[in-house]
Design a protein. Structure first.
Length: 197
């Protein structure tokens, strides 16, 4: 493995880079378009990305070699259009797979971002990642249920600290099982045209 390939495997994406790279992966975009899609999808309601950070994030992605750009003239304006590089695609796909497969059922902004990029994975990868997450959540839920049983004599405020996450994990399990069913029906792959570019 070359030195460049070794450094590429160590590249990581922070939360904002993860979001922006995923949007660029959908189709080549300029910064205004990226901001517009974030707004249209209500992403600021379920993830932490500011308007002004988009430009800084794009520059960071380009510096890391995950995107490249070209210039276009549109209506007497100069636009920088960004697209994802092959290395960017590889790193993004790896991040999506890892985040989904490691999801533990807790509020996790990266999970929401990764889930929004589910079509980057093959059907086999989607099933593997979701099943891995389901196994982890079920084990965690069983552990909490054992602890609740051991603490059944404690006051409501203590038992509730077990009961609440148990119920949330149950909902997460139902959701992920539904996702698996949809994937098995072919619902996990999306034609890029369906993003409404």
């Amino acid at each position: 493995m070359s030195t460049q390939e070794k450094s590429n495997t160590k590249l990581s994406l922070n939360h904002a880079e993860f979001i922006v790279l995923g949007l660029i992966a959908e189709y080549s975009s300029h910064a205004y378009d990226i901001n517009k899609r974030i707004e249209e999808r209500g992403m600021r309601d379920w993830t932490n990305i500011g308007r002004s950070s988009i430009y800084r994030v794009i520059k960071s992605l380009e510096k890391k070699g995950l995107t490249n750009k070209w210039i276009e003239e549109v209506d007497n304006r100069t636009l920088k259009i960004y697209n994802i590089t092959e290395n960017g695609s590889r790193i993004l796909k790896k991040k999506v797979f890892n985040v989904i497969s490691e999801f533990m059922g807790k509020k996790d902004e990266d999970f929401y971002v990764a889930f929004s990029m589910l079509p980057l994975l093959t059907q086999e990868e989607q099933i593997k990642a979701i099943n891995h997450s389901l196994d982890k959540i079920k084990k965690h839920k069983k552990g909490l249920e054992r602890m609740l049983k051991q603490n059944s004599h404690t006051p409501l405020n203590v038992r509730g600290l077990f009961e609440h996450p148990i119920r949330i994990l149950g909902t997460d399990i139902e959701f992920l099982e539904w996702v698996l069913e949809e994937i098995m029906k072919g619902g996990g792959q999306i034609d890029p045209e369906s993003y409404g570019k």
